[in-house]
Design a protein around this ligand. Structure first.
Ligand code: DGT
Ligand code: CA
Ligand code: CA
Ligand code: ZN
Length: 576
């Protein structure tokens, strides 16, 4: 959605909220809510519609709303918003984010119990006074408590996809409304950590105050925690809860030092500082200093070189041996997104996906891939539309026919085969032999002998890859009761491949285990496990995880050309 659409949708929501908080109901409120919904669903950029005088052609946008949109786009302000929010405690808007709490409830609580913010709300819920109010009651109070719990839990850490999307939104917002030169997300997001606590945005520009001002007026802002001359912190309401974003505006001469410092990790920074001290240097967010004279700071490379090191990629900065490796000039040349030529674990509508095979092929071609593997679920995965052996075989025929007509692109015949509770695969070998690539994974009976079952699958002569080997779901499920050291050892012995599943809730293998696998000589597949065209973009999270695992293009089979991959897959079967 275009950024202006989102900004304006938020503004109209807020006007409607404010009207209701003031006790108004009915047509006017509904008109603003409707305008917000229309803007959210609009595929065209509202700024363009305004330029071309076409706003009123959009159903749901009348002349009154169109005028207000125009006013905002032309001046950056909307009188109506200022008018209706005047005199309303800012904390009241934050209460509206709690599931189960609407404007009428907030008004009631504010009128009768002088509730002004979340702390007040908690107090009146706990001491029983809220339950006494007309129309509240025990049930409603319980609901609100549940809602509070929900936003507090969600307020913990973000998945990588949410963090990236949010960072892109705020960066575009700052860029489009200020003369900022550089705007970049540092912190754990830049390091590709599997979850992100808060966003750390770094900017340079000739007018820091303008950048700070633009930042704190980000439309999703619910609370400004602090706002100074060159830094600010805000809390925003995203779909999954409340999130904090920090901003720093720095001088161009110190941008590299600040970027290095705020990228972290803290442990990496501490180790660097110790190293610098031994050389008689001081390193800080302002630069590298010798006797108070700045000798580096403009770029990160300059900072690292000043303390005698080559550039260290952000994903390696975890104090896991990267500084020693840098000193000895043995840092790996990390895999890059551009090295990826294929995605080898994709579902379509034939099992539980939502995009068709053709749609997936077109999207993969657009991504620049030369081949993909279609791996539907197998027969015992009934819940996921698993294919019977016959269905799989006719699917293979279909893919063969398609491949004849595809130029410079190849679909590999594959399947994500369930490992049964007794450690077998649920297709006969004759069917598996028809496939170019066999992926095996556990989807049932998680804790029954997981290690032995996965090792059985690895030893099966027709299996190539084990998908999501640990089975964990970040923040939701710890994973199978499995001995990954054994699994890696077994994969190494049988020269089989382990997956980094790029789905942001899996990232499985994780960075630490993938690095161990590499050290044991195991090849890695980085796959999205996509169930739709848009899921193919998850590759980015898998690649970052691979980089955090110190992997190079030579460690990853998705970097092989089609010919190289086919040779490898055939060799694996011959040697087992
Ligand atoms: P997060 O937000 O919990 O996912 O993790 P980070 O790494 O983004 O941490 P955050 O947001 O607290 O701070 C951003 C960076 O700032 C951090 O990676 C390194 C730097 N930093 C923060 N506090 C300290 C500190 O006390 N010492 C040093 N050397 N660096 C710090
Ligand atoms: Ca952070
Ligand atoms: Ca931070
Ligand atoms: Zn899958």
């Amino acid at each position: 959605m275009a950024i202006k659409n989102q900004e304006l949708a938020r503004i109209f929501e807020r006007i409607a909220d404010a009207l209701e908080l003031k006790g108004e109901t009915g047509f006017r409120v509904l008109a603003y809510r409707k305008a917000a919904r229309v803007l959210t669903d609009l595929t065209e950029d509202v700024a363009e519609l305004d330029r071309e005088n076409r706003l009123e052609t959009v159903p749901g946008i009348g002349s009154g709303i169109a005028k207000k949109i125009h006013e905002y786009l032309a001046t950056g302000k909307m009188k109506k918003l200022e008018e209706v929010t005047a005199g309303i405690e800012p904390g009241l808007f934050a209460l509206l984010d709690i599931p189960g709490v609407g404007p009428r409830t907030v008004k009631l609580l504010n009128d009768k119990l002088r509730v002004k913010n979340i702390d007040d709300l908690k107090r009146v819920l706990m001491d029983g006074s809220a339950a006494q109010l007309p129309g509240m009651g025990k049930k409603k109070v319980e609901n609100i408590l549940k809602g509070l719990e929900q936003i507090e839990r969600a307020g913990s850490r973000m998945y990588l996809n949410e963090a990236f999307e949010l960072a892109e939104l705020i960066i575009e917002y700052i860029r489009s409304g200020s003369d900022a030169k550089e705007v970049i997300a540092a912190g754990s997001l830049r390091r590709g950590r599997e979850t992100v606590g808060d966003l750390d945005i770094l900017a340079t520009g000739s007018n820091p105050q303008q950048i700070v001002h633009r930042f704190v007026t980000f439309p999703m802002t619910r609370q400004v925690l602090s706002a100074g001359e060159t830094k600010a912190s805000i809390v925003i309401a995203s779909a999954n809860g409340l999130r904090q974003i920090d901003l720093r505006v720095v001088e161009p001469e110190t941008f590299g030092a600040a970027l290095q410092y705020f990228t972290g990790s803290k442990d990496h920074n501490v180790a660097l500082r110790t190293l610098a001290q031994k050389m008689g240097l001081k390193i800080s967010e302002y630069g590298v200093f010798r006797n108070d004279r700045r000798i580096a700071g403009k770029t990160e490379l300059e900072v690292y070189q000043a303390i005698g090191l080559p550039y260290i990629e952000p994903e390696l900065r975890e104090d896991r041996g990267e500084i020693a490796a840098a000193q000895e000039n043995r840092l790996p040349v990390l895999v890059r997104q551009e090295d990826i030529k294929s995605d080898l674990h994709i579902h379509t509508t034939a099992s539980d996906g939502s995009s068709s095979l053709i749609e997936i092929v077109r999207a993969a071609q657009q991504l620049g891939y030369t081949h993909i593997a279609i791996a539907e679920h197998s027969v015992s995965a009934g819940y996921a539309g698993g294919l019977t052996a016959d269905q799989l075989l006719s699917r293979c025929d279909e893919i063969d026919r398609l491949n004849e007509n595809l130029k410079k692109f190849r679909i590999l015949k594959s399947a994500e085969v369930d490992i049964t509770p007794d450690g077998k695969l649920d297709y006969p070998d004759s069917v598996l032999a028809r496939l170019d690539l066999v992926i095996a994974s556990i989807h049932q009976a998680f804790n029954r002998d997981a290690t032995r079952r996965v090792c059985n699958a690895i030893e099966h002569p027709l299996v190539h890859i084990i998908a999501h080997p640990s089975g964990r779901l970040i923040g939701k499920r710890p994973g199978y009761d499995i001995n990954l050291e054994k699994v890696i050892e077994c994969a190494a012995q049988n020269r089989k491949i382990l997956e980094i599943n790029s789905y942001y809730e899996r990232l499985d293998l994780n960075d630490v285990w993938a690095r161990q696998a590499k050290e044991a000589g195991v090849l890695i597949a980085v796959n999205t496990d996509a169930h739709s065209v848009s899921d193919l973009s998850w590759m980015r999270y898998g690649v970052m995880t691979a980089r955090r695992a110190w992997l190079t293009r030579n460690d990853i089979i998705n970097c092989l050309s089609l010919a190289q991959l086919m040779k490898l897959l055939a060799r694996l079967r011959q040697s087992s």
